[in-house]
Design a protein around this ligand. Structure first.
Ligand SMILES: Cc1cc2nc3c(=O)[nH]c(=O)nc-3n(C[C@H](O)[C@H](O)[C@H](O)COP(=O)(O)OP(=O)(O)OC[C@H]3O[C@@H](n4cnc5c(N)ncnc54)[C@H](O)[C@@H]3O)c2cc1C
Length: 355
């Protein structure tokens, strides 16, 4: 891609606060010991090198739209075109106590696994019983997780995953109870709970906000602070800036903050930035007709969730493994090393066998 763009006079520069992109589809299973770390992340620096793009490890703090540069902690970077793809960070993720781990950014969350392995964490509070908090709890509490720790979930509402069908909420609740995870409902998280030392660590899974602070740019945002773009993912009132993924409110409709949209919007961006530069027509972002979510319950079972239906079984976790690894290996392995669906299926059968 970098070479093709260079031929049109464009250099690609990727500025990211971490060399690795931790893949959220696999991180909960990494936390439960199912994956090794290199199976759950993409080395962006290596990928940039392969595609003739420049990688810079820095955290962007402000965007100067009129003068076309962004400022990071280390330096400032000029641009002709800018793509904002910073995702979200957990609410209340600033100035955290050392024992607190927000689910986003994941670069911090994955360090908790090491602390659990070292037995530094034996009791864990998960604040928030939404899909992120529940999937992490399911994985940490499953029978093959390397270390057994005491887990408690505090949920604001009166049930887990309250925005999902009842079948999922009640199914996950009974699995977690059977594994001795303590569930406390109508229990809101407050910043003061941060100081509660009854737990060795706290995971913050109480919701997210866009990772570009609203003060640090001058774009129009929706009520959640997501940057508004048109259907071509071009930021409103700009002719050189695009935004996509969780940080963006794309077009008239706001898409849910799931990786399926972020990934598919990448393809639209790849076309549109170059097309705009060359004066060619842009393409509107078109989501898949359905965007199912597959939640892993540790090792042997998964929940396949569409907007109002829930199915579960070992097949769901096998399907998740195959889809996740097929996608990840495109960015982590050379073409001859990538596994076929048949090889992935065989491996999934082995790895999800009842112990
Ligand atoms: C526990 C959990 C499990 C999930 N599981 C699934 C799933 O199974 N399926 C699914 O579809 N979705 C899932 N999601 C949602 C999914 O993670 C997001 O929708 C997806 O990652 C959004 O992609 P993105 O590129 O917009 O942002 P991200 O993947 O968050 O990427 C943003 C990147 O920008 C970097 N960054 C942030 N701020 C800055 C800055 N200021 N300067 C430089 N770099 C910065 C970050 O470090 C990160 O690498 C899950 C979320 C969580 C929390």
């Amino acid at each position: 891609m970098g070479r093709k763009w260079k031929a049109h006079g464009l250099n690609i520069v990727v500025v990211s606060e971490s060399r690795y992109l931790y893949y959220s589809g696999a991180v909960p299973q990494y936390m439960g010991g199912f994956y090794k770390i290199d199976e759950a992340r993409i080395d962006i620096k290596k990928l940039c090198h392969k595609y003739d793009a420049i990688f810079i490890e820095d955290s962007v703090k402000t965007i100067n739209h009129p003068e076309r540069y962004v400022s990071g902690l280390k330096d400032s970077y000029k641009f002709d075109y800018l793509v904002i793809n910073t995702g979200v960070i957990s609410k209340a993720a600033d100035n955290l106590d050392d024992c607190v781990y927000p689910v986003k950014p994941m670069s911090r969350l994955i360090k908790l696994r090491d602390r659990i392995d070292e037995w530094e964490v034996k009791s864990l509070l998960i604040a928030g019983g939404g899909p992120a908090g529940c999937e992490i709890a399911l994985n940490l509490s499953n029978a093959s997780s390397p270390k057994k720790i005491k887990i408690e979930i505090h949920e604001y509402s009166d049930k887990l995953m309250s925005s999902f069908p009842d079948k999922l909420s009640s199914g996950v609740e009974s699995v977690l109870r059977a594994r001795n995870v303590e569930l406390k409902f109508n229990q809101p998280w407050t910043d003061e709970s941060n100081l509660d030392k009854d737990y060795d660590a706290i995971i913050l899974a109480t919701g997210n906000r866009p990772a570009i602070l609203s003060e640090a740019h001058s774009f129009t945002t929706d009520s959640e602070g997501r940057i508004r773009t048109d259907q071509f993912l071009m930021v409103e009132s700009s002719s050189s800036i695009f935004a996509a993924g969780d940080v963006a409110h794309a077009g008239a409709k706001s898409y849910p903050q799931i990786g399926v949209h972020a990934v598919k919007q990448g393809v639209t961006l790849r076309h549109n930035v170059l097309a705009h530069h060359l004066g060619n027509p842009l393409k509107a972002y078109k989501p898949w007709k359905i965007a199912p979510l597959i939640i892993s319950d540790g090792c042997e079972n998964g929940y396949f969730v569409t907007s109002n239906k829930v199915y579960s079984g070992r097949w769901a976790i096998i399907l998740k493994y195959m889809l996740d690894m097929k996608w990840l290996e495109r960015y982590t392995k050379a073409p001859h090393e990538r596994r076929s669906y048949v090889e992935l299926l065989k491996d999934a059968m082995k790895r999800t066998q009842k112990s």
